[in-house]
Design a protein around this ligand. Structure first.
Ligand code: SAH
Length: 351
């Protein structure tokens, strides 16, 4: 008899699987097993978070980047992407619009753009904090020094999203010619130490990534225990060195989302825009496989298409209010309930 049902049951009961067990599952999973896995992940999500799906307003404030990640459409070497940078005033206007649409979490994401010095960021974060005392401010701006992270935290930032991208040191170094595996992990540790709610995560379907690598991603997350876990398919971008590679699949990504929910049950897991790009129902399927966060874009429509990490990204022509209501409808149609509150992680609340 197959041991897979037992492994799935074990994951559900104990929230734990070894690297070998995860690898075995990934190598042998059938469509029927996947359905069982998704339903166990859904039950687990409901036990921890009910049917609520937290909304975050995402502001992509600059596509200028000093790094050169082989997969990313806004890498420094891509001369074809038209670059933009929102001013602090424009970012504040996005927050204002987002607040009026009901968002109480603002996610500020960008390439690694050092025009935003520590001083400029401190001033910006302080201004957002002053205008919206009850809102959560999430940063996703890449690598800075621990001292800078500390000052941004003191200025009022609460959360920080920084995917570990892959738990394979070898693969990490290959696809990040300007970055280092240990440095990324050191940043994540520093952020957690400083008191941020931290989001880690990885891409699925990177060239050369093995089932054992994906098992390591889950084992790393289980150990690091972040508040949030972002998992999305790798989607090739033609103006990058990985443009001709195959991307991650919907099924493989959903399996990783579901396993993350079982192994780290109290984490917040977004249904990512990349999944919505891969399949029109991708985000809804993720919500049914354990995800419980969606991050609608509130970037101004005039620059949205330029924040092109991968091609055919959804919502490029939409306005912030379109995304706000489209997402709410999708969440309801999938059988869940949109929640505009801060949506802190369970482990943060109990800290
Ligand atoms: N500079 C910030 C934000 C990076 S963009 C940082 O370093 O954290 C946010 C995420 O998009 C990345 O962490 C990466 O996992 C994802 N991403 C980038 N290019 C992608 C691609 N081609 N396909 C899928 N996801 C991609």
């Amino acid at each position: 008899m197959s041991i897979k049902p037992n492994l799935l049951e074990k994951a559900y009961q104990t929230n734990d699987l070894t690297r070998e067990e995860i690898t075995y599952l990934l190598e042998n999973i059938t469509p029927a097993d996947r359905e069982i896995l998704y339903s166990l992940a859904l039950k687990t999500k409901q036990a921890y978070y009910g049917d609520k799906v937290f909304l975050r307003g995402l502001i992509e404030f600059s596509n200028i980047c000093r790094q050169d990640c082989l997969y990313c459409g806004i890498r420094a070497s891509n001369a074809k992407v038209e670059r933009y940078r929102l001013t602090p005033e424009e970012i504040l206007a996005c927050c204002d619009q987002g607040y009026k649409l009901g968002y109480r979490t603002f996610v500020l994401q960008s390439g690694e753009d050092l025009w935003y010095t520590e001083e400029i960021l401190v001033e910006l974060i302080s201004a957002i904090r002053k205008s919206y005392p009850e809102a959560a401010i999430t940063l996703s701006i890449g690598e800075r020094s621990p001292e800078t992270y500390q000052r941004l935290f003191a200025a009022g930032a609460n959360r920080f999203l920084m995917r570990h991208e892959t738990a394979s040191a070898e693969l990490y170094e290959k696809i990040h010619p300007t970055m280092h595996f240990e440095k990324r992990r050191a940043c994540l540790n520093a952020l957690k130490e400083l008191g941020y709610q931290v989001g880690a995560g990885f891409m699925v379907g990177l060239p050369g990534q093995t089932p054992a690598d994906l098992a390591d991603d889950l084992r790393y997350l289980k150990e690091f225990h972040p508040d949030m876990i972002g998992i999305g398919p790798f989607i090739p971008h033609s103006e990058t060195p990985l443009g001709a590679e195959k991307g991650g699949t919907l099924e493989d990504t959903l399996v990783m989302v579901a396993l993350a929910r079982l192994l780290i049950p109290d984490s917040l897991i977004p249904a990512t825009t990349a999944l919505g790009t891969l399949n029109p129902q991708g985000r809804e399927l993720a919500l049914k496989a354990g995800a419980n966060v969606v991050m609608p874009i509130i970037t101004p429509t005039s620059v949205r298409k330029q924040y092109e990490l991968y091609e055919n990204k959804i919502c490029g022509d939409d306005h912030p209010e379109d995304c706000r209501y489209c997402i709410e409808r999708r969440i309801q149609e999938a059988g869940f309930e949109a929640d505009l509150g801060r949506g802190d992680s369970r482990q943060f609340i109990s800290r």
